[in-house]
Design a protein around this ligand. Structure first.
Ligand code: NAP
Length: 244
């Protein structure tokens, strides 16, 4: 059995670890991060060339099942996976970690896009902690507020005029996040609803400090695609395909 995991997430690595070496696993990474954490098993890097390229890769490499374990906000590859799996007649599962849940004391402002987030930050604060990744920074380029941008790799040139970049990669600790909010005098946090434990401490730190949080809602999983909420659930789905 050959499983293709579309990866780039902690959960994708955990799933590869759970399946390898009993099942042949190829993990696919987009190639955005200069030094990615690699999963066990085979790894390929770079785009497939759209739906047709992905469907052709699946056929040529005799893939029996595809698991879309990409980040909840990686919308294009998820759409391509749904189309390509249907074209190549292989089963597809979307592995999506649950989103974060607002708790008492949170001051969340939910928006549908980074552009909408850029529109509301000004009304909430002047010193923005932006944790939405380096790829969507252009949406904030015209914002006059001061920004602390945290990302794994250095962002491109399109960013707000007053920006300090902090290169770092999770998991982050509550202590570290508290210290960071205080050191930089942060008065508004912007995040995607990525979910997961690795980057959740910023939410609690914001709650404790009374800092409002702009939360970008997730795009939907493509229609008709079965989902699993954890690597364990996805591994069980694979075992089901094997007929155990
Ligand atoms: P995206 O907009 O959905 O995808 C853009 C293109 O990148 C896709 O059409 C595909 O190119 C290629 N691609 C994306 N993921 C791929 C993968 N796992 N393997 C091979 N090609 C892939 O994706 P994105 O939002 O830029 O995210 C890129 C990667 O970073 C994903 O693997 C995702 O899991 C990870 N990531 C994303 C975020 C986020 O906030 N978006 C956060 C953390 C990690 P072709 O059409 O040529 O196949």
């Amino acid at each position: 059995m050959h499983v293709l995991i579309l990866g780039g997430t902690t959960e994708a690595r955990a799933l590869a670890t759970a399946l390898h070496p009993r099942v042949r696993v190829t993990s696919s990474l987009a190639g955005r991060v200069a030094e990615p954490r690699l999963p066990p098993g085979e790894v390929r890097v770079g785009g497939f060339g759209g739906v047709d390229g992905l469907a052709a890769w699946v056929r040529e490499h005799h893939v029996d099942a595809v698991i879309d374990a990409t980040h909840p906000f990686a919308e294009n590859i998820s759409f391509n996976a749904a189309r390509a799996a249907a074209t190549a007649h292989v089963p597809l599962l979307a592995l999506r970690r649950p989103g974060w849940v607002r708790v008492e004391g949170d001051d969340w402002h939910e928006v549908a896009s980074l552009e909408e987030a850029a529109g509301v930050v000004g009304g909430l604060g002047e010193r923005v902690f932006l944790t939405t990744g380096r790829m969507g920074l252009a949406a904030f380029a015209a914002c006059p507020q001061w920004f602390l941008v945290r990302s794994v790799d250095a962002p491109g040139p399109q960013m707000p005029a007053r920006t300090e970049v902090l290169l770092d990669r999770g998991p982050f600790t509550l202590e570290g996040e508290r210290e960071l909010l205080s050191r930089y005098g942060i008065d508004v946090l912007v995040t995607k609803d990525s979910g997961g434990a690795a980057t959740a401490p910023k939410l609690r730190a914001a709650r404790e400090a009374g800092v409002p949080v702009v939360v970008v809602r997730r795009p939907p999983v493509p229609e008709g695609v079965e989902t699993a909420a954890s690597p364990e659930e996805a591994a069980a789905w694979v075992r089901g395909l094997e007929g155990f």
